[in-house]
Design a protein. Structure first.
Length: 361
């Protein structure tokens, strides 16, 4: 395709190319030791034909091979990007969300600074996304991590995400004076005295404030926090700064603010850490203004129907459905173990399966 990258922004072409290469994809996956895999993360830019088209085929292949959870990290195009990318992203959401165990979304619009182009923001957005994902999936992976009081294990993460749908992450940090966060600080706290030398003393109220800051921070995908079905809290920092009381106050805060009783919490003590980090995961959120805006742009961007052509269904690639976003309930999980909200409704508007080409991401 001249003057185009990848598959020219067409998810149907992307799905066809990936379907033709299924044998090569399977050979590559066969080289991975499945016993070492706790979960799989598929990363896709949803505004491009490669992310939405090829991503749909890869997701189907992964879910057919692995019994462990398969998650997706999807990136939404900014409002300044061409409307065709909004159409492609809307189709991608409707294809990927029902198939993945959960879809983490990052909104380019929310994370791109005023006056900067989307390309200018790629590096900072990538760093932000990686930091938050590592805060969630990296808990307990450190070889030198001491024993935690309330440990998060893969089962907690799986339970938080097994409703499917869309997930978003918030994060906040607090600097810690490591010189007084050891034995002396612990003894002084037991004696109800503050450490000398102006050191940072972290009590339950400060941890509660930090958790509140994480919840109210700019999320990877801004949303109405009360629309979350489940919440996961992770605290990471020096062992002396993580207390059971702080956890309980933080958990109660999250229950109140999100209006859900399904709040899982855990910690990861890290020796010699210079900061305390609170990470909040909101699972199966359904009130998301940016997705509503994306859907409106997608409907406006679809080509005008040709009244002279018969309305017949176009053939689709095997397990690579990139058709109308109304074909699948977007918050339906593969597990089907719980009842999820139904949201992101396009109403009675059908989006055409033929996507106008747009610059590839």
């Amino acid at each position: 395709m001249p003057n185009k990258y990848g598959v020219g922004g067409d998810p149907d072409v992307g799905a066809q190319v990936a379907t033709a290469d299924r044998p090569e994809i399977r050979r590559a996956l066969d080289r991975i030791d499945e016993t070492e895999v706790a979960a799989t993360l598929l990363v896709a830019g949803l505004g491009g034909g490669t992310g939405s088209g090829v991503g749909s085929v890869l997701l189907d292949e992964l879910t057919s091979i692995y019994e462990t959870p398969v998650y997706t990290l999807g990136v939404l195009p900014a409002a300044t990007e061409p409307p065709q990318r909004a159409l492609t992203a809307a189709r991608g959401l409707q294809t990927l969300v029902p198939r993945a165990d959960s879809v983490f979304l990052v909104d380019n619009e929310a994370w791109c600074q005023d006056g900067d182009t989307t390309t200018d923001c790629y590096s900072s957005i990538n760093t932000m996304a990686v930091e938050r994902l590592v805060s969630v999936f990296g808990v307990g992976e450190g070889a030198t991590t001491p024993s935690s009081e309330i440990r998060i294990d893969p089962a907690d993460i799986t339970r938080t995400l097994d409703l499917g749908g869309v997930t978003t992450i918030g994060r906040a940090t607090m600097p810690i004076d490591t010189e007084t966060s050891g034995l002396l600080a612990r003894v002084l706290r037991l004696l109800r005295r503050s450490p000398s030398g102006g050191a940072t003393s972290v009590d339950a109220s400060q941890i509660k404030t930090l958790i509140s800051q994480a919840l109210q921070s700019k999320l990877t995908l801004p949303c109405e926090i009360t629309s979350a079905d489940r919440v996961l809290l992770s605290l990471t920092g020096p062992p002396d700064t993580i207390s059971r009381k702080g956890f309980e106050t933080g958990r109660y805060l999250l229950e109140e603010e999100t209006e859900t009783v399904e709040v899982l919490a855990g910690d990861e003590p890290v020796q010699h850490s210079t900061e305390l980090t609170a990470t909040v995961v909101l699972s199966n959120v359904t009130s998301v203004p940016r997705i509503d805006q994306l859907q409106q742009r997608a409907v406006a961007a679809q080509p005008a129907p040709d009244t002279n052509e018969a309305t017949t269904a176009s053939p689709q690639s095997e397990h690579a459905d990139t058709s109308s976003p109304t074909d699948h309930p977007p918050t339906q999980s593969r597990t089907g173990t719980d009842t999820a909200h139904n949201a992101f409704d396009f109403g009675d508007v059908e989006l055409d399966s033929d996507t106008v080409d747009s610059p590839e991401e």
